[in-house]
Design a protein around this ligand. Structure first.
Ligand code: FAD
Length: 387
């Protein structure tokens, strides 16, 4: 790939590719350990929601790897995920609450009085109702790794073209070009990250082994420096969102039944991040661009809804996790009122547990992609050297 590692990742990032590689190397092992904790590995979502964009919902997936193992074997789960505890979860939304330390969900991020207050205006870039929906299922992300599934052809092409079509902002708005470019880069970086994972964890049908496939990586990502750059751009966006919420996490109390050190692991990771990594203030520069921001939010929400139309279960699972993670990052970056500490704390307090889980898992996906890009680069050099 022809990227100059000493160049800045973009005009909105004050870091080079090399600096992001260095940050990523420093925090990678802590992040891997964090997303393997019980708190961060279980995600709840409505996996079988009707696609609202078109009727033809025919599945297409060429191998069993497409399937998601939904948690049904309750006996094997730790105590705090037993149905009665989860039942307590639902009641958090309603009337009861009680003093049970383990009534997590909103309570977990619910601030001093333990109840998440809903913001008065719509600041969400995805539909957060999906987590509390009665159809929602619990999935162990660590048991369903994002990897090659065989999903492809016209079906996946239709999804990607629908996603890219969302990038048609109405002309003539102030600040349009940076917003439009950021939207495109987010989608393309997400696409490049998926392609990196499916190339890195690829089924070699001759040996039956899961292994990196350099040719596939080059054809999908490595031969396109802009796609690699967009992957780094997304890393910068999500990192900045994480950096931004760090001061407001102090009274977020992780229930002690979860791994004791979840919070310290999280804070350790966040302390490796730097505010220079991304300058979100350049995207929607002035008051006039607030219409563009509303448009951006509505369009990104559509991208998250398009995930319901993905035909392969495992791809849909990770598509939903990651679009939720990006949506959460965008909410943090663009909806915190910089002049008002109370409102910043309020937005962080109203994040649901599943937005937080999606945010950290999305960061892990990008972090793994960047590690893989560097690994593919080494494999490529070995090949060039005739090794
Ligand atoms: P595609 O990747 O489908 O790309 C379509 C076209 O988009 C390309 O021809 C190219 O012109 C353009 N394009 C490609 N990459 C970029 C980019 N980064 N930036 C800008 N333009 C680009 N498959 C798996 O094996 N495992 C998964 O976990 C998985 N998850 C998926 C999740 C979602 C939400 C979707 C929509 C698909 C997923 N897929 C997954 C399928 C995978 O993304 C590809 O669609 C599939 O492998 C077929 O690839 P392709 O070569 O036909 O091109």
């Amino acid at each position: 790939c022809t990227i100059d590692k000493d160049e800045l990742v973009s005009a909105t990032c004050d870091v080079t590719f090399k600096e992001i590689n260095d940050i990523n190397e420093r925090l990678r092992s802590d992040l891997v350990s964090l997303v393997r904790t019980d708190f961060f590995k279980y995600f709840k979502l409505d996996l079988y929601k009707q696609c609202t964009f078109w009727n033809d919902n025919n599945g297409f997936c060429v191998n069993r790897a497409c399937a998601v193992d939904v948690v049904e074997d309750w006996d094997s789960l730790p105590e705090y995920w037993q149905p009665e505890v989860l039942g307590g979860l639902d009641s958090v939304n309603g009337t009861s609450g009680g003093d049970d330390e383990c009534k997590f969900l909103q309570d977990l991020c619910g601030g001093a009085d333990g109840k998440a207050k809903q913001p008065v205006r719509d600041i969400d870039y995805c539909d957060i109702g999906d987590f509390s929906n009665s159809q929602a299922v619990l999935v162990d992300l660590s048991a369903n790794p994002e990897r090659f599934t065989g999903y492809g052809g016209q079906e996946s092409a239709l999804i990607w073209s629908s996603i890219y079509r969302e990038n048609c902002f109405s002309p003539g708005e102030t600040g349009l070009s940076l917003a439009k470019s950021a939207f495109y880069r987010l989608v393309s970086g997400f696409h490049a990250s998926i392609a990196t994972h499916l190339s890195n964890d690829h089924l070699n049908t001759e040996t039956g082994k899961w292994e990196p496939n350099l040719d596939l990586f080059m054809a999908r990502v490595g031969n396109f420096p802009d796609r690699v750059a967009n992957l780094y751009f997304n890393y910068a966006v999500v990192s900045k969102a994480l950096w931004k919420i760090k001061p407001y996490l102090s009274h977020l109390s992780f229930c002690t039944s979860f791994d004791q050190d979840v919070k310290s692991k999280l804070l350790n990771i966040l302390s490796q991040l730097d505010s220079n990594i991304f300058n979100e203030e350049l995207i929607f520069e002035d008051e006039l661009s607030s219409k563009v921001k509303d448009d951006f939010r509505a369009r990104f929400k559509n991208v998250t809804k398009i995930m319901d139309c993905v035909h392969c279960d495992r791809c849909r699972l990770w598509g939903k996790v990651q679009t939720t993670g990006y949506a959460t990052s965008l909410k943090i970056l663009f909806e915190l009122d910089e002049g008002d500490e109370g409102s910043k704390q309020h937005v962080v307090d109203t994040l649901t547990k599943y937005e937080l889980i999606a945010l950290l898992n999305t960061f892990d996906r990008l972090s793994k992609s960047i590690e893989s890009v560097n690994n593919f680069e080494r494999l490529y050099e070995i090949r060039l050297a005739g090794g």
